[in-house]
Write a protein that binds this ligand. Structure first.
Ligand code: NAD
Ligand code: WQD
Length: 337
């Protein structure tokens, strides 16, 4: 297939491009480089042997995006482009709604106009909110989101589900990612956080390499194995492989499907910290703090649907996730240049 990948130079997008190329798909990337570097294209080429065609285009720029559709006959699209910082979305909600909703609608309208019928969308476990019991199952539907970022994911799910109902040619798979971490084992691509990281593993990585003094552990009084929050961490390469299966599924089946992508197993903050210590070979300082507002105690996926529909099962364990994260951070202290 010839696949348009929006946000393809970003963290999950770049790993997905590598896996798509490995599976003989042709990749065309659209990214405005707001949160990624043009050098990622060379890194993708170093790993896969192919440098994807690239357009530096903002999906909010409808004319520029349409020019990409005029230039290329796509079979499918994987849509990663968007803003993703939960805290920031509470400070500048309109910016988040504009980018993640208006930008996405531009894309979906052009997909319909140019008869690009198959889409995989980056949704998130955040759409479950704190309404349900773990493991989170797709059939629970949409929960009460607690921040504008989460609401943009929920709205995109609603828009795409309605679109697939109204337009019988259109097919979409909405992937609800749990907590993607790790990096490609080459150390060439990985997550480059913007400023002080909010997410656990990027923060641990910077503490392990001495850029931060200590990890602040947000609460140790949850009803979990050791009192710290439990999440379903998934290796980004496993997640990337799930996208290949999902876009091939969308191509063969009409309608819309929501599918969790996680491992089905939860780890506490301290368990992740200790796995990272093993990976980097030294202790990592931490301090227990109050709970972070908006956090839930435990979040992990029911993975049965991914297994049944896509034949997907995550392969890599928490140790491999930490080893690959550490390798990438050590080799790229200043990001991808
Ligand atoms: P990322 O920031 O690394 O990648 C997103 C890419 O989109 C970046 O390269 C950025 O420059 C680009 N982009 C943003 N706005 C754009 C616009 N208007 N036009 C063109 N390009 C634009 O993020 P990621 O971690 O790779 O996440 C990819 C997608 O997955 C996002 O939609 C995110 O919300 C979703 N997601 C991420 C996580 C996570 O923990 N990383 C979890 C669940 C869902
Ligand atoms: C994990 C655990 C924290 C940082 C977020 C988004 C979600 C999705 C993934 C996009 C929690 C604890 C963290 C730190 C800590 N993104 N923690 N000290 O909150 O599960 O999910 O990223 O869709 O939408 O909400 O991930 O990595 O921030 O936190 O103790 O410095 O680590 O309290 O228990 P979260 P996270």
């Amino acid at each position: 297939m010839k696949i348009l990948v929006t946000g393809g130079t970003g963290y999950i997008g770049s790993h997905t491009c590598v896996e798509l190329i490995k599976n003989k798909h042709e990749v065309v990337i659209v990214d405005n480089l707001y949160n990624s570097s043009i050098a990622v294209l060379d890194r993708i080429e170093m790993i896969s042997g192919v440098k994807p065609k690239f357009y530096q285009v903002d999906i909010l720029d409808r004319e520029a995006l349409e020019a990409v559709f005029k230039d290329n006959k796509f079979d499918a699209c994987i849509h990663f482009a968007g803003y993703k910082a939960v805290g920031e979305s509470c400070e500048i909600p309109l910016t988040y709604y504009k980018n993640n909703i208006s930008g996405s609608i531009n894309l979906y309208e052009l997909m319909r106009k140019y008869h690009v019928d198959n889409l995989v969308f980056s949704s998130s476990a955040t759409v479950y909110g704190d309404d349900f019991e773990v493991p989170f199952k797709e059939e629970y539907g949409l929960g009460t989101t607690t921040n504008p970022y989460g609401s943009t994911k929920k709205m995109n799910e609603m828009i795409l589900t309605d679109l697939a109902k109204a337009d019988k040619d259109f097919s979409t798979v909405l992937l609800r990612y749990f907590n993607p971490i790790g990096a490609h084992e080459s150390g060439l691509i990985g997550e480059v956080p913007n400023g002080i990281p909010n997410n656990l593993v990027p923060y641990i990585a910077q503490t392990a390499s001495g850029q931060r003094d200590f990890l602040r552990v947000w609460g140790n009084d949850y009803d979990t194995v050791d009192g710290t929050g439990v999440r379903d961490y998934i290796h980004v390469v496993d997640l990337a492989k799930a996208h290949v299966l999902a876009i091939e599924y969308a191509y063969k089946n009409k309608g819309s499907e929501v599918i969790n992508i996680g491992t089905g197993k939860g780890y506490s903050v301290l368990e992740v910290l200790h796995a990272y210590e093993k990976a980097c070979g030294h202790e990592i300082p931490y301090k227990i703090m109050d709970r972070r507002p908006g956090d839930i105690a435990t979040c992990y996926a029911d993975t049965e649907k991914a297994s049944k529909l896509l034949g997907f099962k995550a392969e890599y364990d928490i140790n491999k996730m930490c080893e690959d994260s550490y390798r990438f951070t050590s080799l790229n202290p200043d990001g991808i240049k």
